[in-house]
Design a protein around this ligand. Sequence first.
Ligand code: AMP
Length: 424
Amino acid sequence: MSFNSLGLSDALLKAINKKGYDKPSPIQEKAIPPILEGKDVLASAQTGTGKTAGFTLPLLQILSEGTIKRQRPVRALILTPTRELAAQIFENVKEYSEFLDIRSAVIFGGVNQRPQVAQLRRGVDVLVATPGRLLDLCNQNVLSLSNVEIFVLDEADRMLDMGFVRDIERIIKLIPKKRQNLMFSATFSKDIKRLATGILTHPVSVEATPENTTVEVIKQKVFRVAKAKKTGLIIKMISEGNWQQVLVFTRTKHGANNLTKKMISAGITAAAIHGNKSQGARTKALAGFKDGSIRVMVATDIAARGLDIPLLPHVINFEIPNIPEDYVHRIGRTGRAGASGIAISLVSADETSFLTDIQKLIGMKIPVEIIEGFEPDPNASTEPVKQGGGRRAPRGGGNNNSGRKSTKSSNTSNSGRRSRDRRN
Ligand code: AMP
């Protein structure tokens, strides 16, 4: 199938051509036609599938075919959980609308609101936003959502994980009842289905898994290792393998900082990316990682979510996640676009139950290796690592790192009900 047969306008086809896309991805093929027909769409798709163009292209077409009001009120609202995702979607919106008379803007927290307000005052057709800043600006009467025709809820599962459900409900109350809704989520828990029922009207369901990121095609390995020897092992792997672009996941912000320092001491260029880093620091780290000046990016789950880093050869779980679905998201960063990828997990005794749950979810046993000199500690307890309490995660990417109770919650008994460790 070609983009021409999807019913998109010449202006959009020109922008697509400029991006260099040959043909629509499966999610684009499935989502664009019903969206153009004005239907609500519930899509199962994660980052890497081309979902952003899947909703942005038809949304732009609908808006450009409608009446452009002089005041330019917000007619399409794209809600997304993190600042990075918001910035990336905004970039896409700008690129795809280059040949249209459409104005767009992005708003998120953690930065001065003044430039955002100024831009809103000038009029914006498409607004990309994280929930916190959006509500703040609505409460200040800087922004009205009463003309929204299309509402996109992106990464709905992550929105819920991050505790945004109340904010979403508040936002829904601020937009007109009669509107088109598009909801994207990588996973479909009961909570997501409930949210979808409350938002969407007779939705068309579409589904796409990223072509080369299914767990079957990614080479996965587990290295059993003593907790105290993980840093030594990861440095050895990266140095001896001469790996040049490695995404490393840690469970906590503190862990990410620590590991980054040790990598740098070992002569490996590295940067940490997590919720306590300023927006500028995050953007700089990501740019360095993309251009090759930084070999290792150490990230927490929430910070890494949705980052558009193509062709990643190596993903290492310095600690495996306590939420099995996060493992799938993490390793989905490798092997993109036909490139071969390898996902390595360093697993200490206290992570044994997490590994069992991950293997249950992906339906396969991950091959285990032990490296001489980095053996697991035979005396270490298999009692699971302590997780943070169930506090609400901060808005727009996670900034809160203080005052939590460290509880040994029900994390070991039911993976589906595990709470996210708020320390990331
Ligand atoms: P997304 O899943 O929206 O984050 O997109 C993942 C990556 O795929 C981005 O770098 C897009 O620019 C790229 N992309 C989106 N649609 C296509 C397409 N039809 N052909 C090739 N690349 C695409």
